[in-house]
Design a protein around this ligand. Sequence first.
Ligand code: PMP
Length: 429
Amino acid sequence: TYTNADLVARRDAAVPRGVASAASGVYAAYAENAELWDVEGNRYIDFVGGIGVLNTGHRHPSVIAAAKAQEDAYTHTSFQVVPYAPYIELAERLNALAPGDTPKKTLLVTTGAEAVENAVKIARAATGRPGVIAFTGGYHGRTLLTLGMTGKISPYKKDVGPFPSDIFRAPFPSVRDGITVEDALTGLKNLFLTDAQPERVAAIIIEPVLGEGGYIPVPTEMLVALREICDQHGILLIADEVQAGFGRTGTWFAIEHSGVEPDLITVAKSMAGGYPLAGVIGRSDVMDAMEPGGLGGTYGGNPVACAAALAAIDAIAHENLLGRSTAMGDKLKARFAEIGARAAPYRMWDIRGLGAMVAVEFVTDFDSATPDTALVKRLIAHAQERGLLLLSCGMQGNAVRVMVPLTASDEILDEGLAIFEEALAAAYA
Ligand code: PMP
């Protein structure tokens, strides 16, 4: 048996400090649906879900059963050597789920960053062009290409450049920062004039709801305009759905809210209910651009993870988790509004999101709208002390996001929100 304190000390000695843990001092022992217990038996309600991985909850029974059944057959052959049915079945499922009528194909890999890397490789091969345009505040991963695309320096990009060339940045439309859709599109058009020759751009990548950057939905007009601009210049549109996908926003993919069909979609996280799996879903003609042998990775599309993903997708469909996400989002927003409106010292600048992908942003005062990062740190610490796991987001880390399992009961949700309210009062005290 362990204590949290023992593990803190051993971790400090054995693991580099660069891999920080938001809930430091909480060492997992057991988890089920939206609850987690640490090695000392303390119980937590989990509003983080392993960073948006657990839309179907910790250890969803059918996900676990599918993974166990797969483990009893084979756990790894490498799809590039001996292929297997679960990979094909999952690809078929994803091709059918992806928005739009264009025939689709799917590549499976292991992490979100790897999915983004491969989407860029495929886009380059398909267009014969090098350029990639990403947005301010976007998060696409921690490998060197995806870090180059990630639009936030600290802590991700600090001290590890240079990053690959031909990555350009366009302004994200953020009302919060006074950037309208029109401004953002002007910025993109200026980028075409100043740095990124449009005929040399392979892809524009955007998170339909900005994730790490603050849970800001991209307005429909922006996505529609990006589709038009991409078509005009022969650029491929990539929707990074790693965090927003698989029901978090009330639809399978967040971009469905806009009606826009992207050329490529990157997926990971909640697709596989807690197992490492990611993918690129895209137009068949684009996906086939690379020659045989050009795509892959030893573990890509691991059979246990594929089996888990098929079960997680079934659970989202059969348990109506898309409807649940929308209802949960309404409830979360209403409850946050109630908490914020109730007492004058609370300074919630914004309650925003799509479906159950909801965040609350805090400022020091409404006039200057200065981000209150310190308050959010205190809020998260007080919540943890009281048994609720929370995570921040936003360029300044001054928002709290909710990634609670969509399978969480109303009781658990209410209990978590009550702790949130108490922790917020304590953070302001
Ligand atoms: N894209 C988005 C939108 C993400 O939110 C993340 C992870 N937070 C990634 C890519 C990278 O995924 P991974 O951490 O699995 O590499």
